[in-house]
Design a protein around this ligand. Sequence first.
Ligand code: ZN
Length: 267
Amino acid sequence: MKSLTLALVLVLASAGFAQAQTAEVKLTRLDCGDMGERDVAWFSDAHSFDGVKKPFVASCYLVQHGSDYLLWDAGFGTGAKKDDGTPIVTTTVLQQLATVGVDPKAVRFVGVSHIHGDHTGQAGDFPAATLLLGKGDWDKIKAANKSDDPLVHWVSGGGAAEPVPGDKDVFGDGSVVMLNMPGHTDGHHSLLVKLKTKGYVLITGDLAHFHEAYDGNEVPGFNTDRADSLASLDRFKKMAKNLNATVIIQHDPRDIAKLPAFPKAAE
Ligand SMILES: [Zn+2]
């Protein structure tokens, strides 16, 4: 009888656990800027792209987990301009959240792949969110202590920040995981999202900026660590293969169509 009770408790406990793992997860791609055509020579330290131009976009991602939200990357700031003076951002993250009916206050986490300004620009619109970013980048931005940094709200102690030293299972059930992918910057991270129907989605951050760079294991000359960059590409590609994941390169407009067109979400 005792063992039956124990078995029942175990069954109920595991059922509860399973329920915790099946919070509804949805992934929506947000437009976070269009940079137009760019000279991409400096995205290879081996001269692979000399004289090459490519179109660049900036993308952000809204990840719904039950009633919680993670905003992955915060794009360009609204004042950013192209070389010809036209604005890079034509629709803000806040405007897009309004379109999908998400209260900005429901965004519990703002996770940034790294501290470059094309990934942090609109973070300040979510002051109540906990900032998640790689510890290497957090240390750098703390040391720089710039008053005009888009993350100044957190750097100055005005908001909750969680420096992430390795991987981070954001909601604790394995469905949304920040992946430690250093090299582009010291604390650079990519994002893994597990969706019920679509399966695994791997979002690069700036592990690579476009397909040819990803396929060729190219390392931009401005990355902080060449060996780390290659090791991160190796890990990311193995993971993509093992999980049969959809790989999304955030700056490559050719990857926009891998997710449903906004405002539709992938599930
Ligand atoms: Zn970038």
